[in-house]
Design a binder for this molecule. Structure first.
Ligand code: PMP
Ligand code: GLN
Length: 379
């Protein structure tokens, strides 16, 4: 078989969750909550399934949901987005990212990614015929080096893919990073794809989003997901906001990839957002508390905790514990300690030599976090 993705295997999330299940380990690897969504949302979903519309929604998403998304963006970021021409509902953020890259990238176009980067970006660019150029983010802060970024821009650069809050490192951009990006791209024919799926899980005072930078937003595709914001990773309902001309292009892909996203789930989310417009504002508080439960429970362990300013992921440095590489260390942890984690080398094009970091997901019940931390503290 002539593979279009010869270097790509099964994702680390599938591998580690399967191993955790097989060995009965506490699963802090794949990022998903182990607690239920708001029961009122589940009630709305069952009502929508039983009494509502179970047929195709409009290709662009239910109008009620797109209005609720516009309202969310206006309240959080003070930005007015055009409901008909600038918002599209997709089957998760993953589909939105695939649609945008497929619509914009031609053979030989260069796409700038940061290293490490979430694992779905590079194969998607490769399928479109694009070439990824990586700019490395250095531990422990993982903030971009803007000189290195500018040196990576060429006449062929078509797209810059950014992700803040950042998976897997938990780092967040500052407003000045968004401004530096704007300065670097403003006179070039370059688009920005901003993956903001953890937008409501930022622990710093000032929340950063491309939505807040009007000029950059005018040439950006901003992606988010209800999976993260409402504890529903299995619903796969996301959305993408982009200027009308880019939206028209990415909808050409969306209409043939999925056409639309599960109608009753869209209906339930729309009603929920309209009834409880402030709900996502509480998310950062919930996850800050969980981050601190995990960090406090690990305080006397031999792991070093890296800063975590956003997402529901905490990085641990295990160099005082083992010389194994991170993949081998994670396999050993499952077998010997009963805790599943994610090795972060898999998110790199070039993992730094000798870096020993693993990622834990803290979107879990407090008892689960404490039990996992006790096991890890015994090392
Ligand atoms: N981007 C990032 C950074 C993610 O962590 C994830 C999923 N965890 C996605 C995109 C995909 O989101 P969805 O499940 O809504 O497709
Ligand atoms: N984004 C999730 C994570 O980082 C995994 C999503 C998936 O398994 N596809 O853990």
């Amino acid at each position: 078989l002539l593979s279009k993705l010869p270097a790509t295997g099964v994702t680390i999330f599938t591998k580690m969750s399967a191993l955790a299940n097989e060995k009965g380990a506490i699963n802090l690897s794949q990022g998903f909550p182990d607690f239920p969504p708001d029961p009122r949302l589940l009630e709305r979903a069952s009502q929508a399934l039983l009494t509502g519309n179970n047929q195709y929604s409009p290709m662009t998403g239910l109008p009620l949901l797109r209005e609720a998304i516009a309202d969310l963006i206006a309240r959080h970021y003070g930005r007015n987005v055009h409901v008909a021409d600038e918002i599209t509902v997709t089957s998760g953020a993953s589909e939105a990212i695939f649609d945008a890259i497929t619509a914009l990238i031609k053979l030989g176009d260069e796409v700038i990614l940061f290293d490490p980067a979430y694992d779905l970006y590079e194969p998607t660019v490769t399928l479109a015929g694009g070439i990824c150029k990586r700019v490395s983010l250095e531990a422990p802060t993982f903030r971009p080096d803007w000189q290195a970024f500018e040196a990576t821009l060429t006449a062929k650069t078509r797209l810059v893919l950014i992700n803040t809050p950042h998976n897997p490192t938990g780092s967040c951009w500052l407003a000045e990073d968004v401004e530096r990006l704007w300065q670097a791209v403003q006179h070039r024919d370059v688009y920005v794809l901003s993956d903001e799926v953890y937008e409501f899980i930022q622990f710093n005072e000032s929340v950063v989003s491309v939505h807040k930078h009007q000029r950059l937003a005018e040439r950006s595709i901003i992606v988010s997901s209800f999976g993260k914001s409402f504890h529903l990773t299995g619903w796969k309902v996301g959305y993408v906001v982009a200027p009308a001309d880019i939206t028209a292009e990415l909808r050409k892909v969306h209409q043939y990839v999925t056409f639309c996203t599960a109608t009753p789930l869209q209906q339930a989310l729309a009603e929920h957002l309209l009834a409880l417009p402030e709900e996502s504002a509480g998310l950062a508080g919930l996850y800050r508390q969980k981050r601190d439960v995990l960090r406090n429970a690990l305080a006397n362990s031999r792991f070093h905790l890296l800063p975590c300013d956003g997402t529901y992921f905490q990085l641990l440095d295990y160099s005082d514990i083992s010389d194994l590489d991170d993949v081998a260390f994670c396999e050993w942890l499952i077998d010997e300690v009963g805790v599943a984690a994610i090795p972060i080398s898999v998110f790199y094009q070039t993992p730094p030599n000798g870096q020993r970091l693993i990622r834990l997901c803290f979107a879990k019940e407090d008892d689960t976090l404490v039990e996992a931390a006790q096991r890890l503290s015994a090392l």
